[in-house]
Design a protein around this ligand. Structure first.
Ligand SMILES: [Fe+2]
Length: 414
């Protein structure tokens, strides 16, 4: 295990994004929630401001949009579909804090989304990033040998204009790059040109919190055996991302399965991408299972940042969201207790909810993982509450993987 942090946070000014401002978040809060750091954007060959949207293709966007509202407390804010000229698919835009999800489902039987869904099932097709200058990013991407899947173009409607382009990343996933301010004018629509504002009649239960998560912390990509370093190099070379902690070999092995993981982040650390590949072990690893059922590399989990994981988990359980189980032994192990030390709540509260704890030299984090969100054992969510630690729960990987293996075994995939 080596810890390499090549990022040197500069004492430079950092601004809230429009989405963060709209969500009433503060810089200090974001530093704690997602480990935001200040950095000098002027020397970055591929400046990235933060997440723009996470775009999912699903089998039934109408019902998925309801699920994200009813179970995950998200707010419906935008829509595109046959009623406003998009005959191919329905797309619903949902928000929680500073993060936006877009769920798309095919309407036409010959929609390209049908083919994508048949191959991959429900999953993330686009990890869209907000950038201050699309043309600069695409020029850099080309110079560094990336595959450009959409040349920069300006798209407009009555709310103004955005400039967008896109590059390919692992599998059939892409990064659409969105520039929302052109010549000082910021786009004022609900999402992108072609989308209309839309709210819903859904009413939250009495006493439900305003939102269950404030921001997106990281998205993990699963890639094939031997490809992790290639994708780390891609993010370094093409997008100027820096390496964070890396985990190798025995660090994340159980008796049966193993994986390797390295983490890259953009300059301000809003965007963090752990990249996993399977490692040789006695049985099929969770990464192999993902690659088989997703039919190739793709986004494995999205970590949602909350400042109150106890309430978030309680609310999600009330709505029927299922989490991975953690054996009581995890909490009762004296070595584990000593390693965790004091955290903001009694360990019993964590044990009751099966929330995991990890500690490193910077602080600690609380985390828990859902079961797969869809029918295939592929994409899932993590809920994370950071207290100084900028890690990803390395100390929990073994306990977590053993839990995943129990689920894999039930599915007959171990
Ligand atoms: Fe994670």
């Amino acid at each position: 295990m080596t810890d390499t942090t090549t990022a040197t946070p500069q004492d430079t000014h950092i601004d809230l994004t429009d989405q963060e401002r709209a969500a009433d978040l503060k810089i200090e809060e974001l530093k704690r929630l997602v480990g935001l750091v200040e950095y000098d954007e002027s020397t970055d060959p591929f400046p990235v401001t933060g997440w723009d949207a996470i775009v999912f293709v699903v089998g039934n966007a109408t019902q998925t949009a309801h699920y994200y509202q009813s179970a995950w407390g998200m707010e419906l804010v935008g829509y595109s579909g046959p009623e406003n000229g998009n005959r191919d698919h329905k797309a619903f835009v949902l928000k929680s804090g500073s993060i936006r999800f877009v769920v798309k489902g095919a309407v036409q039987p010959d929609s390209p989304l049908i083919e994508h869904h048949a191959k991959h099932g429900d999953g993330v097709v686009d990890i869209s990033l907000e950038v201050p200058d699309v043309d600069k990013c695409i020029a850099q991407a080309k110079a560094a040998g990336a595959r450009v899947v959409q040349e920069p173009e300006t798209v407009s409607d009555e709310f103004g204009s955005v400039r967008i382009g896109a590059i390919a990343t692992y599998g059939e996933t892409r990064h659409t790059l969105v520039q929302r301010t052109i010549d000082g004018e910021t786009y004022a629509g609900p999402y992108l040109p072609g989308y209309v504002a839309r709210t819903s009649d859904f009413v939250k239960r009495d006493g439900a919190p305003k939102r269950l998560f404030q921001a997106l912390d990281h998205i993990v990509g699963n890639v094939e055996l031997g490809k992790m370093d290639e994708w780390v190099a891609f993010y370094n070379r093409v997008m100027g991302f820096v390496n964070m902690a890396e985990f190798i070999g025995d660090d994340i092995a159980t008796d049966y399965s193993a994986l390797m993981s390295k983490v890259v982040a953009n300059g301000n650390h809003r965007v963090k991408f752990p990249l996993n590949e399977p490692a040789i072990a006695k049985k099929k690893s969770q990464i192999d299972e993902y690659l088989e059922f997703y039919n190739g590399p793709g986004a494995q989990h999205l970590a949602l940042a909350t400042n109150d994981i106890l309430t978030t988990v309680d609310e999600l359980r009330k709505e029927g969201v299922e989490f991975l189980d953690t054996p009581d032994a995890y909490y009762d192990d004296p070595e584990m207790r000593a390693r965790i030390g004091e955290v903001r709540v009694p360990i019993e509260e964590l044990k009751k909810r099966k929330i995991l704890v990890d500690r490193d030299e910077d602080g600690y984090l609380l985390q828990i993982f859902t079961k797969p969100l869809g029918d295939r054992p592929t994409v899932f969510f993590e809920i994370i509450e950071r207290h100084g630690s900028l890690g990803f729960g390395k100390g929990n990987f073994k306990a977590l993987f053993e839990s995943i293996e129990r689920e894999q075994e039930k599915r007959g995939n171990l």
